[in-house]
Ligand binder design. Structure first.
Ligand code: FAD
Length: 449
């Protein structure tokens, strides 16, 4: 991959909030550009989402503001839903090779393998041992002082400590704060409710009749994970695919239904087609909300119906650019390579090597993006859904940063994987046909391995 050599014009003191995949690559790109970086991480290790824990939150639905918040929504059986070649950073491939490799060599590996990869990334680029990441330092407040510089306050033991920065890059993840389905009659329904955020293993679901709401990767995975032990598994989807309703092939105890219409005091769950089941558990696999409890922008950046904005190209609030930026908001994307593109752009904009449009031009761009979405009838909560244009977006960023566009093999492999997942929902992680793209990927990735 060709990228211009870093020619820093001005170096800045930059705070990064979070040391998951986004925060780690942000720190690397900012350092490459010559900036001074401090990464605030509330836990005691890097990896964010990929740090599996058996622990669950005290409130299984995640509504109680006083609950113990657990960052990761990882479940024990999780294997990646993207092939490793596609998923990895562009110049630090996620491949199962190298001296003394003792990990999980599968193409769609388990979560431990991803965590190991991110830990290696952190070590390789001197972010962990180099003291760039400050562990167990949760950013409690991030705000702009009167002089226009940014302050970050964190708990240092019992005291609140603060430090001043030129810029803040927000990388706190968006798979922690549950979104819930609204269900008529739920207050008097006697069963147990939870969000998939607190799902870890199938054990608690022995002989239970479980209704899962959602059609996301989590609903698909968890329904299959619990079906061997549960008495019945019912998946309620807002937009079930044509022909998918009813008993699921290959499973004795799994059904797909339309959405829930209402639930009753006797434990019944009634679906929109009038069918009903008696259920012990309702699990909301209904996604997450963007949440920045630490960020104070005097109303310049807001979260409205899960749209974070206004943001120029999902990264910079025009009024605060380039001093405040967000990494990793888009969804239905390949996350790691996109984080890499976004953070190169942020690093270059902060040094002055890459020029951003004027504030007015950025605001106009955002307004026109929102108008287009509205005209196309796209609900606000889908603002950051990039299913149809992630590669165009990444290639735009690549042009801004002077890097190569997305590799053809990565695009083709991503498409092949999506089709395969659809065609072989039970086995797509172990059976595939995209051999030619795998061969091409390994030739390309050999440059970095
Ligand atoms: P996170 O990983 O959530 O990291 C955020 C970090 O910020 C955490 O370390 C957290 O402790 C820290 N933090 C938060 N608030 C603060 C604060 N106030 N102060 C200091 N630190 C803070 N992606 C794939 O590419 N392939 C997959 O197969 C895949 N599967 C997934 C499965 C599940 C169940 C989930 C939930 C996500 C999956 N993803 C997958 C998406 C995954 O989330 C992204 O790949 C990526 O790991 C997100 O990284 P992040 O850095 O944005 O956020």
């Amino acid at each position: 991959m060709s990228c211009p050599a870093a020619l820093p014009v001005t170096t800045r003191h930059v705070a990064v909030i979070g040391a998951g995949a986004a925060g780690l690559v942000a720190a690397r790109e900012l350092r490459r550009e010559g900036h001074g970086v401090v990464v605030f991480e509330r836990s005691n290790r890097v990896g964010g989402t990929w740090v599996y824990t058996k622990e669950t939150e005290s409130d299984p639905l995640g509504i109680d503001g006083a609950r113990n918040v657990i960052q990761s929504s990882m479940y024990s059986s999780l294997r990646t839903n993207l092939p490793r070649e596609v998923m990895g950073f562009r110049d630090y491939p996620f491949v199962a090779t190298g001296q003394g490799f003792r990990g999980d060599p599968r193409r769609f590996p388990g979560h431990e393998e991803v965590l190991g990869y991110l830990e290696r990334f952190g070590r390789e680029f001197g972010l962990v041992e180099g003291g760039i990441v400050r562990f167990e330092k949760e950013a409690r407040r991030v705000w702009r002082g009167e002089d226009g510089r940014w302050k970050v306050a964190w708990m240092n033991g019992r005291e609140l400590a603060e430090e001043v920065f030129d810029a803040v890059v927000v990388c706190n993840g968006h798979f922690t704060e549950p979104r819930l389905a609204e269900i008529c009659g739920i207050d008097t329904w006697p069963g147990k409710q939870m969000h998939s955020h607190n799902y870890r293993t199938p054990d608690p679901f022995h002989n239970q009749a479980v209704v899962l709401i959602g059609s996301s990767a989590s609903a698909v995975d968890i329904s299959r994970d619990i079906s061997p032990v549960a008495s019945e598994v019912h998946v309620a989807c807002r937009c079930p695919e044509v022909g998918s309703l009813g008993k699921q092939p290959g499973h004795d105890n799994m059904w797909i239904h339309p959405m829930i219409d209402r639930v009753c005091e006797d434990g019944t769950v009634i679906f929109l087609d009038g069918s009903s089941v008696r259920a012990d558990v309702i699990m909301h696999c209904t996604g997450y909300k963007y949440h920045f409890p630490f960020l104070e922008t005097d109303g310049i950046v807001t979260v409205d119906d899960n749209c974070v904005g206004p943001l120029y190209k999902h990264v910079f609030p025009p009024l605060l650019a380039p001093w405040l930026s967000f990494v990793g908001l888009p969804w239905k994307v390949i996350p790691f390579p996109q984080f890499e593109h976004q953070t190169k752009w942020i690093a270059g904009a902060l040094s002055g090597r890459i020029a951003l449009p004027s504030q007015k031009a950025m605001s106009e761009d955002v307004d026109s993006f929102y108008s287009d979405l509205e005209a196309a009838g796209v609900p606000k909560r889908y603002t950051h859904n990039m299913a149809n244009y992630q590669f165009d977006y990444n290639d735009w960023l690549a042009r801004e940063t002077g890097c190569d566009p997305t590799e053809e093999w990565r695009k083709q492999m991503y498409r092949a994987c999506s089709l395969n997942r659809h065609a072989r929902p039970e086995t797509y992680r172990d059976e595939w046909d995209d051999h030619e793209w795998i061969a091409e990927a390994y030739v390309d990735l050999a440059k970095y391995t």
